[in-house]
Design a protein around this ligand. Structure first.
Ligand code: GRF
Length: 176
């Protein structure tokens, strides 16, 4: 059985898409780690019956130290993990831009306001520097001239919910 720890601080829509993709397959066991006591991700974990851990950011290393996961998946975890944590295993992240463009927060809005013709999603390995690790997969979407920011955000999230579970499955099956 593969054990996967998903880190999420926010609404948790990617967390839910990942868990649902694997649909209770016993070969994969998911847990949630959140640094936010009232995160939407916790509500989703309760609804989905996924074990969750509320861990303050400063206690992350201590929490992980004597545990073993096959993969660590950041899905809207709004913190920069230190090197001692990153050394514990393989960490991946999803970012709503075509990296290396538009790192950091509000990436969709940044691309939209910059008048780009395309935006997109990147899945990448996590390194100490924000949104800078090796890219595993990217998918782009055209920013049509009549598109609102909300419509673009919606398109981006649809792509995220599709490509992140697929990349995770391929990593766990050693196809990447
Ligand atoms: C996503 O847009 C993801 O790319 C970024 O944070 C957002 C998390 O959204 N890293 P959600 O909490 O999964 O809905």
């Amino acid at each position: 059985m593969k054990k996967i720890l998903i880190f999420a601080s926010g609404s948790g829509s990617n967390f839910e898409a990942i868990v649902k993709h694997f649909g209770g397959n016993c070969a994969y066991c998911f847990e949630l780690l959140t640094d936010k006591e009232n995160s939407g991700a916790i509500e989703r974990a309760k609804r989905l019956g996924v074990k969750f851990h509320h861990v303050k950011f400063k206690n992350t290393f201590e929490f992980l130290l004597n545990k073993k996961y096959d993969l660590y998946v950041l899905a809207g975890y709004m913190r920069i993990l230190p090197e001692d944590v990153l050394k514990l295993g393989t960490f991946i992240n999803i970012h709503p831009s075509l990296l290396p463009k538009f790192k950091g927060i509000n990436a969709i809005e940044q691309a939209y306001n910059a008048g780009e013709s395309k935006a997109g999603v990147s899945v990448h390995y996590v390194v100490g520097e924000v949104d800078s690790g090796e890219i595993i997969e990217q998918e782009s979407v055209e920013i049509k001239s009549d598109m609102t920011l909300e419509e673009l955000e919606c398109e981006i999230h649809k792509i995220e919910h599709k490509i992140y579970p697929n990349v995770i499955e391929r990593i766990l099956n050693e196809q990447i």
